[in-house]
Design a protein around this ligand. Structure first.
Ligand code: FES
Ligand code: FES
Length: 159
């Protein structure tokens, strides 16, 4: 057991955990951030994706000790029901999801893409989301939603 310090959604936290504990378990079980989902547990599906220092990382196979001192963003850090991020609004507008289980990982991955590239082509969006599987088969609407959010963010300068 060790105390590991990291920054989660902008707040410094100290977590008492075995250093090998998966980051996903720390987020969900220690910090109560249950938006990030457990799917395969094998780094294959992407539904546990979070941003580590702004880059998408699968949290199910990542020991919490490897993110000590780093900044982690989960879906809870993206927007709120009262103030949704443009990506969240666009996903609602496009009804880009059915069960929604994949969406926390997809939304944070899309956020990282738009931070790097405000005008991605459809092929670039698809490539960025290559590691995120949607079992409901909502891929076409997900791509449209990311395009819609990108356009809205370019118009409004929102991030
Ligand atoms: S739960 Fe981590 S990639 Fe599937
Ligand atoms: S909306 Fe169900 S897995 Fe993607």
């Amino acid at each position: 057991m060790a105390t590991i310090s990291l920054i989660v959604n902008g707040s410094a936290v100290g977590v008492g955990a075995d250093p090998d504990t998966p980051l996903l378990d720390v987020l969900r079980n220690h910090l109560g951030l249950v938006g990030t989902k457990f799917g395969c547990g094998l780094e294959q599906c992407g539904c546990c994706m979070v941003l580590v220092d702004g880059r998408p990382e699968k949290s199910c196979g990542k020991a919490v000790s490897t993110v000590a001192g780093k900044s982690v963003m989960t879906i809870e850090g993206l927007g709120t029901p009262e103030r949704p991020h443009p990506l969240q609004q666009a996903f609602l507008d496009e009804q880009a999801g059915q069960c929604g289980y994949c969406l926390p990982g997809i939304l944070v991955t899309a956020r990282a893409l738009l931070d790097q590239n405000p005008s991605p082509s459809r092929a670039e969006i698809a490539r960025a989301l290559d590691d995120n599987i949607c079992r409901c088969g909502s891929h076409a609407r997900i791509l449209r939603a990311v395009e819609r959010a990108a356009a809205r963010m370019r118009e409004g300068g929102a991030r």
